[in-house]
Design a protein around this ligand. Sequence first.
Ligand code: F6P
Length: 319
Amino acid sequence: MSIAIMCSGGDAPGMNPAIKRFVDYVYLKGKKPYFIYNGLEGLIDNSIKLAEHKDVSGILHKGGAIIGSSRSKRFYEKSYRQKAYKNLKRYDINSLVVLGGDGSFRAMDVFNKEFDIDFMGIPTTIDNDIAHNDYCLGVDTALNVIRDATDKIRDTASTFKRGFVIEIMGRECGYLCAASAISCGAELCLIPEVETDLELAEKILKKEIEEGRKYILCFVAEGTKKSDFMVEWISERLGFETRKSVLGYIQRGGNPTVYDRLMAFEYVVKAVNSLCNKTHLNSVVTYQNGSFSYCSIDKIANDKYELSHNISDMLNYIG
Ligand code: F6P
């Protein structure tokens, strides 16, 4: 039996520890591990190779993914999916582990319905926006990157008595922004899922300013598209000279944290076990309420992620 691993969509820290564990564990199970390079694009272009232990030595601590990743428009076309299937058959690969987000799982849902390839998904995206799943690989590292950057921005904000709008990634999902705002002690936070009561925030913050508050940190999720609006708002309503800092792609990089390494190992072992034992096939390994489970690819692909109430409730107390 041959099992391949592929990264798809936006890369996230945790991919390399997962790739390493995959190779070591598949050999341990007496099977052959294959790499598919550059995601779905590489699958179409036959960028496939038998993995060796030496390929994965010294990669555990690295961000990114040594096998690359991509977003593929060609995979939407049946003729390219047919090509991808033929490539897998050349190497006798009948099982696939995919590290990716909901877009990648939707693609695999279609592929899996058309061809006899068993699939297991591992939620991997800093956006943390997979339905029926609390934790995606890469999120802890991204949160720590944001915390580190915010600590530095706070140094200049407090010295210069300024407002700062910090724009956070996450596509349509506000998890990364909200969790960062809470853990970094921001005064304001705007995410797509929750309406912020700016009138109330203004009242509270004006009082704090009267009592001596010297700076304002405001976190804005990219999905709200309100960063520039908040720069104006803080300047006009609160009277602070205000700057914007878009953290951008540094949020996707960095050495995976201990938590992401451990989670990567667990996710991979569960995915490979499923493929070897033919249990929970064609599903995504999920992590909910502190334990691992499986969710059908169909459900994951079609249901929408919801922000946990713990996070949205906590947002009411900031400011
Ligand atoms: O999905 C991860 C992510 O980094 C999002 O947070 C962001 O909106 C998007 O990818 C950026 O996409 P791209 O890599 O195509 O620029």
